[in-house]
Design a protein around this ligand. Structure first.
Ligand code: NAD
Length: 312
């Protein structure tokens, strides 16, 4: 167990535990959804345009179906319009580009997503590039990534945007802190490194980016005031790798077999939760931490798109 300090007399050791705040992503995500729902009500009262999100799903990958289904359901719950475009696995790149072009030109659709991964015969990069940047509510278009790097208003990718919201809403101090990020994917690690370094709140950190080729990883994790972990290896970060008082954001989600759950599996993060939580000042659990925030991020981006907040 962690101690901020210990005081000793002849007979006893008095130990003062670090207070750990468990970051409740589920709660924050619901709060954001309620806030957006209230805005949609106000738009309706004023006869404004109801935000409209479309989603393209190619093929019938089970996980993708679940993700898209959850996004469409969230839209309905908060009062957005939603359109689901289902395409067969055999859809060609040319056909998909034609559909994308159609959504770009559809004035009623404010923003849309193309659920990734796409079938192997379709070049994802070509599809993402074809999305009109002003409708790219996933924030994957190179123009929006460039705007993020320049600290200009943009659509932030869902997971980093969700993490930023957690820092904001829990008022976690980031300025001047050493933020260590593990993982350099385009959807999590790389954008997080940009966001945490920029001159903003949250941000203004000194950032160290670690990845699969980093030598002596523990040397870096031990120096982290803020540790953002996105590598996809369950329970990889242990207590001996972090210092007392660290802020831990665990992005990893891995489904592992479990003999105790009804479903026969459970979700694990990249952090050995119990032992690391005992040392942390703030920590996100898995599930219930970063995961639920992604839908909230998409809805926030869609609201921005309908308000023409970023591009007019
Ligand atoms: P990825 O799977 O594309 O890549 C993993 C990264 O980890 C790579 O950059 C690699 O360099 C790094 N890495 C691998 N082994 C390492 C090691 N031993 N030491 C240091 N770095 C190492 O990354 P991703 O797509 O960002 O996914 C990471 C995890 O986050 C996965 O578990 C994924 O399911 C999860 N994820 C969760 C959410 C969410 O909403 N919570 C969103 C996206 C991804």
């Amino acid at each position: 167990m962690p101690y901020l300090c210990s005081a000793r007399d002849d007979t006893k050791i008095y130990k003062i535990k670090t207070m750990t705040t468990i970051i409740d992503g589920k709660l924050i995500s619901l709060q954001i959804q309620e806030e957006i729902a209230a805005e949609v009500k106000a738009i309706k009262v004023n006869n404004g345009k109801i935000p409209h999100l479309a989603a393209i799903l190619v093929g019938s990958d089970g996980a993708s179906e679940t993700y898209v289904g959850a996004k469409v359901k969230a839209c309905e719950k908060i009062g957005f319009k939603s359109t689901m475009v289902r395409l067969s696995e055999s859809t060609t790149e040319k056909e998909l580009l034609y559909i994308v072009e159609g959504l770009n030109n559809d004035a009623d659709i404010d923003g849309y997503i193309v659920q990734l991964p796409l079938p192997k015969h379709i070049n994802e990069h070509n599809i993402v590039q074809a999305i009109a940047p002003q409708k790219d509510v996933d924030g994957f278009h190179p123009q929006n990534i460039g705007r993020m790097a320049l600290n200009l208003p943009t659509y932030l990718p869902a997971t980093p945007y969700g993490i930023i919201q957690l820092f904001e809403r829990y008022k976690i101090d980031t300025a001047g802190k050493h933020c260590v990020i593990i993982g350099r994917s385009h959807i999590v690690g790389s954008p997080m490194s940009i966001l945490m370094a920029r001159n903003n709140f949250p941000g203004n950190c000194t950032v160290t980016m670690c990845h699969s080729r980093t030598a002596n990883l523990k040397e870096y994790t031990l120096k982290a005031d803020i540790l953002i972990v996105a590598l996809g290896k369950p329970e990889f970060i242990t207590a001996e790798m972090v210092k007392d008082g660290v802020v831990v954001i665990d992005v990893g989600i891995t489904r592992v077999i479990s003999e105790v759950t009804k479903s026969g599996y459970k979700l694990l993060g990249d952090v050995k939760y119990d032992e690391v939580a005992a040392k942390a000042s703030f920590i996100t659990p898995v599930p219930g931490g970063v995961g639920p925030m992604t839908i909230a991020s998409l809805l926030m981006n869609t609201l921005k798109a309908s308000r023409k907040e970023i591009y007019d």
